[in-house]
Design a protein around this ligand. Structure first.
Ligand code: CA
Ligand code: CA
Length: 211
């Protein structure tokens, strides 16, 4: 019995560090946008945008002008499904008070802010009311996993304001926080390591089976 306990302890002592190396705990990744910007419909406001600008992120909904904001993230390093993904936006420094109705749409990005981004949202992720001086975070897990599954390298998020609040806000930081799943490769390596250690510690038993 004592020998078996010693053997178990020896196995754990060898296997646990191997597991720790092969299957590291999930960690958050905060991605900055690969590119972000706005498209402007205002000359005249007729549902057709006339211009774009990069390095801004803000929305506007006035009788004579609407701005929509876009942030596109490079997820080429994210080849496996995520446990969670959250789109975060900082305070947008509005020139009005109160709250506004907004929508966050997901779309397939192309690492460029173009007029085509105006209507490129292919999935409404969330409609929400937000205080104009409040940051917000929105769960985008399902949409990011759809993009990962499709092999799309860039995931885009479009923010639209849908109520007639005077808005004007730029410069707010955006991030995409990702918690990746442990990779199947890492888990497979851990399993293989365990098998090899057991085989090494119990050669006689394996040898009999091999005959
Ligand atoms: Ca227009
Ligand atoms: Ca784009």
């Amino acid at each position: 019995m004592e020998t078996r306990c010693d053997l178990s302890r020896a196995v754990l002592a060898l296997v646990l560090p191997a597991l720790a190396v092969a299957a590291p705990a999930s960690a958050d990744r905060d991605l900055d946008p690969a590119i972000r910007g706005i498209a402007v419909d205002g000359n005249p406001r007729n549902g057709v945008p006339e211009s774009t600008a990069v390095d801004f992120f803000g929305v506007m909904f006035r009788s004579a002008r609407e701005d929509r904001a876009f942030a596109e993230f490079d997820i080429t390093s994210q080849q496996i499904p995520v446990i969670s993904a959250t789109f975060n936006s900082g305070v947008m420094d509005w020139d009005s008070t109160g709250s506004a109705s907004m929508e966050l749409w997901g779309y397939v990005g192309d690492n460029a802010i173009t007029l085509a981004d105006w209507s490129s949202g292919d999935e409404l992720i969330e409609s929400f009311q937000n205080g104009l001086d409040q940051p917000f975070s929105i769960d985008v897990t399902d949409y990011v996993n759809d993009r990962v599954a499709a092999g799309d390298p860039i995931v885009g998020f479009a923010l639209r304001q849908t109520s007639s609040q005077l808005g004007r806000k730029y410069w707010a930081p955006q991030t995409l926080s990702i918690v990746p799943e442990p990779s199947a490769t890492a888990l497979g390596l851990a399993a293989l390591t365990t098998l090899l250690v057991l085989r090494r510690l119990r050669p006689a038993r394996f040898a009999r089976r091999d005959r």
